[in-house]
Design a binder for this molecule. Structure first.
Ligand SMILES: NC(=O)C1=CN([C@@H]2O[C@H](COP(=O)(O)OP(=O)(O)OC[C@H]3O[C@@H](n4cnc5c(N)ncnc54)[C@H](OP(=O)(O)O)[C@@H]3O)[C@@H](O)[C@H]2O)C=CC1
Ligand SMILES: O=C1O[C@H](COP(=O)(O)O)[C@@H](O)[C@H](O)[C@H]1O
Length: 484
């Protein structure tokens, strides 16, 4: 397969928080992979910025260490790494003070290139960075800012953040990252829905019984306990990643694949979400196991009421989906790392084969691992046993289908950063979308707090709390098995 690398314009990318965890694990290795793929023009530079005192040479060494640690072994050679290092600079900058800003300005002076500022710092610094970029005249029409999650912790804080960014930047310059939108299969979801005749006519409550969205993780909260315990699965995963998946699966076809057409349709879905009744939500918290501490041990709070798991039944009140439930679940320390969306079609209303069997078509879109799509269809059981029906998968793994020599798809962060440089906002959240998502999430969280709800314990390495199974059983449905 011929590799298709679409070149981007020359750029200066300043990473505020260039020494942090996200920069080391995702942003810098991602940029290096794009460099190796030939997508970084000669006149493109990456500038790390943080409070730590270091020289540009120190930073080049720091980045090389990060790349050696987080890029797949043997996927590059030292020559490539040395060439990438020549594109790196570093400035000591304090987001809360004036130190370092003139030096940053000097470094960027006189360069007629795209300017992108990646805010990879704590959200409390986003407003400081925006106003100091403005104060030190480091912005122009060519400027873009990339804002990490979490984008607020509720509607009020998200509105305040939108307002503070809007003081200095137009909406067209603000790139709110949701890295799930950069995943290969998430974009494939749109290709499958809107690039085929086959599915769209059946994509509604007349033919779809229900839809399941699962994002299961094996990892716990790790070193991010302090942040996570203030957030929980609802704020950390549902309000953003699962909400985006729900939007893409449920939205109307946009008139074209452009940023506002797509984001308008997603917004309509969020605004059509029903309020969620308390008995349609299950919250869980993982227990200790032989290979790891309990949630409460991990966050060092023996009474924490924060959920590491949430499952919910969601309704969409619009013409297409009224009556079709969407079941969402996500959690940490589960049995497998497995993210998938499954569309479960209705049973046939009459069987000509004279036997009543539960045969349903399902379409599963696997996000990770083993990205691909499986369509379950009913056929005759092979052999002389008469007309007995059996369900078989039509399975397509993208890796197999595209061939062993297919180029490995860019990871979510590298794809999204290149979209920032290109000025393409399709895979980024618009301010009104984020606010609408919080407006739906806030009352659910407020209800838990008002009722003093304690999450249900679940075994690490399990599929989550039994109550989530009961929630579907009440609807005579079952969750898909969580398997790697
Ligand atoms: N890590 C992850 O997996 C994920 C992180 N995120 C988000 O990304 C952002 C960064 O997270 P993460 O990298 O984990 O955080 P870290 O705490 O690891 O890094 C924070 C960075 O900010 C710098 N910094 C802190 N204070 C200032 C300041 N006053 N002025 C300038 N720089 C400052 C730090 O460097 P120094 O101390 O030298 O100034 C460091 O480079 C956060 O918004 C987080 O929510 C989102 C998803 C996943
Ligand atoms: O944003 C986040 O996502 C990760 C899961 O991302 P994935 O790409 O590994 O599926 C999650 O672990 C983290 O808590 C959350 O902040």
């Amino acid at each position: 397969m011929v590799s298709r690398v679409i070149p981007v314009d020359p750029f200066d990318l300043v990473i505020f928080g260039g020494t942090g965890d996200l920069a080391r694990r995702k942003i810098l290795p991602g940029l290096f992979r794009r460099f190796c793929a030939g997508q970084m023009p000669d006149d493109a530079r990456v500038i790390g910025a943080a409070r730590s005192e270091m020289t540009s040479q120190d930073y080049r060494d720091f980045v090389a260490d990060a790349i050696r640690e987080f890029c797949k072994p043997a996927s590059f050679d030292d020559g490539q790494l040395e060439a990438f290092q020549t594109r790196l600079d570093y400035v000591t900058v304090d987001a809360k003070g004036d130190g370092g800003w003139p030096e940053l300005g000097k470094l960027m002076e006189g360069r007629d290139v795209v300017r992108a500022y990646y805010f990879s710092v704590a959200p409390s610094l986003f407003g400081d960075l925006a106003s100091r970029l403005h104060k030190w005249k480091l912005t122009s029409d060519q400027t873009r800012i990339v804002v990490e999650k979490p984008f607020g912790r509720d509607l009020a804080t998200a509105k305040a953040l939108n307002a503070s960014l809007a003081e200095h930047f137009d909406e067209g310059q603000i790139y709110r990252i949701d890295h799930y939108l950069g995943k290969e299969t998430v974009q494939n979801l749109m290709a499958v829905r809107f690039g085929n005749m086959l599915f769209e006519p059946l994509w509604n409550s007349q033919y779809v019984d229900h839809i399941q969205i699962t994002v299961a993780e094996t990892v716990g909260v790790g070193g991010r306990g302090e942040y996570y315990d203030r957030s929980g699965a609802m704020r950390d995963m549902v309000q953003n990643h699962l909400m985006q998946l729900l939007c893409l699966i449920a939205m109307e076809p946009p008139s074209k694949f452009d940023p506002d057409a797509v984001r308008d349709e997603k917004l309509k879905v969020i605004r059509a979400l029903d309020p969620v009744a308390p008995h349609h939500v299950v919250r869980g918290q993982y227990d200790a196991s032989s290979d790891g501490p309990s949630y409460r041990e991990a966050v060092e709070d023996p009474r924490s009421r924060t959920e590491s798991y949430v499952a919910m039944k969601v309704g969409i009140s619009n013409w297409r989906w009224a009556g079709t439930p969407f079941y969402l679940r996500t959690g940490k320390r589960l049995v497998a790392r497995s993210s998938e969306i499954t569309v479960v079609f209705k049973e046939l209303n009459h069987s000509i084969f004279g036997e009543k069997q539960d045969h349903r078509n399902t379409l599963s879109i696997r996000l990770q691992p083993n990205e691909g799509i499986t369509l379950n269809v009913t056929i005759k059981e092979p052999g002389p046993g008469g007309m007995r029906l059996v369900d078989v998968p039509l399975d397509m793994s993208f890796a197999d289908a595209l061939g062993a020599d297919a180029e490995e798809p860019p990871d979510a962060y590298e794809r999204l950063i290149m979209d920032v440089i290109r000025g393409n906002q399709t895979l980024f959240m618009r301010g009104d979308e984020v606010e609408a998502a919080w407006a739906w999430t806030d009352p659910i969280i407020a209800g838990w707090e008002a009722r003093g709800e304690v999450p249900k314990p679940y075994d690490s390495g399990s599929a989550g709390p039994g109550d989530a199974v009961q929630m579907l059983a009440r609807d005579t449905r079952v969750w898909r098995e969580v398997k790697p």
